[in-house]
Write a protein that binds this ligand. Structure first.
Ligand SMILES: [Zn+2]
Length: 176
């Protein structure tokens, strides 16, 4: 197992839709191991394959009781709303109050090809929606409302001022 560098905003791999995993083989298992190790080292509670540059449809997460690998995940149904502070390893150092669905029904496959079928809500449901966004090429900053976007732009200007440059293309993401 080894950790891999986490891609950050501005990297085109984060805005591409990932491809369905055809064969759950040893390479996928090794990839999942590396993703889990990378997630813990960061540290984070979830990581999608394209965050380490691999365009495949799987993510790993740990809601507090051990690592779980979900391959070819699908959100079957959502319900309700929940607003909660949310960050992303690919948007380091920033977080926002984001409104998402509360209850989530997710299906997928584990490393043995067995069906995963989870109905959950709150924290775990949020992880699912966040990681599904990644696999669809959507980053957290695209979920901001107008006020949050304005604030993020202000922060960006301050960073530009102190660094003398746009850190990693955040401006482009914010539509500047
Ligand atoms: Zn993320």
């Amino acid at each position: 197992m080894s950790t891999l560098p986490i891609r950050v905003y501005g990297d085109p791999v984060l805005s591409q839709v990932t491809k369905v995993v055809d064969d759950i083989d040893g390479r996928i298992a090794a990839l999942a191991d590396s993703m889990i190790e990378t997630m813990y080292e960061a540290p984070g509670v979830g990581l999608a394959a394209n965050q380490i540059g691999v365009q495949k449809r799987l993510f790993v997460y740990d809601k507090g009781d051990g690592p779980v690998v979900v391959i070819n995940p699908v959100i079957v149904e959502t319900d309700g709303e929940w607003t909660y502070e949310e960050g992303c390893l690919s948007v380091p150092g920033l977080s926002w109050e984001i409104t998402r669905a509360n209850a989530v029904h997710l299906t997928g496959f584990d490393l043995d090809g067995r069906v995963i079928d989870v109905e959950t809500d709150e924290f775990e449901g949020r992880i699912f929606q966040h990681e599904m966004d990644h696999l669809d090429g959507v980053l957290l900053v695209e979920r901001l409302d107008d006020d949050q976007r304005r604030e993020a732009r202000k922060l960006l200007r301050q960073r530009r001022w102190s660094l003398g440059r746009d850190p990693d293309g955040l401006g482009q993401l914010l539509g500047e």
